[in-house]
Design a protein around this ligand. Sequence first.
Ligand code: GLU
Length: 293
Amino acid sequence: MGAPYRGRFAPSPTGPLHAGSLVAALASWLDARRHGGVWGVRIEDVDTPRCVPGADRLILEQLARCGLVSDAPPVWQSARSALYRSALDRLVAQGRAYPCACSRKDIEQALAAQGRPRVRGQEAPYPGTCRDGLHGRPARAWRLRVPDGVVHWQDRRLGPRQQDVSHEVGDFVLLRADGLWAYQLAVVVDDADQGITHVVRGEDLADNTARQLLLQRALGVATPSYLHAPLVLGANGEKLSKQNGAQPLDLAEPLRALNEAAAVLGLPPQTGAVAAALAAWVARWPFLQSRGD
Ligand code: GLU
């Protein structure tokens, strides 16, 4: 309320943009423009083993070919460790984060001992082993102490959503055992630091939102509004990704790529110049924010 609209597109530079990631980029840009807001690009390169050298520059070039240019210079998460460190220090000082000595195997054994065997294909919820101390074991990771209760939030496209994070996820990782900052911490700290008022991203990320709300509350920062855009599915029916055949966008034909992304968002095809096509879609943008949200 009141704060001027600030949106962002936050790609992980694990490869070039493909048809799926362009939908998220286009949706976030159109939403920002429709609300008269500012739009920025944040390169989410904290998970260094997954990053591909040069993919960041390529993504920025692909976006530019599609007429999607960051209003402020893009930022790289790899340059922002000090912010994540100070957020974690604050949480630790307040008793909201704690060190954890558990390996994956320790977690599975503890869950089995509690009669909560691991569900295939799902991340095992953390059973809380180190909540009350390490008992002499060495710290590996740092976790958020998740309060009990169901987290409710509203998605502008998906409607009301809820998740019992303490039960389904448990105390989640903020600083990983390999010394890398976890996505959840980096994204929440950056959205707050950059004054992001509206998060528009792919629906595959919707399940992270409840965790991010808890982290925002723990850090005492504002919660943006959320819109999770439809996904492009690969041949196997799962979210399009490099693993199931996504091709890098064809830079020679940006309007074709944009038209495909626009169709996923329910927008009609355009011909002519990229800038005119973007303007036509802004005018027809279907996901409008009601006043006062
Ligand atoms: N970097 C994340 C990804 O590419 C997106 C994070 C976000 O938009 O919150 O999947």
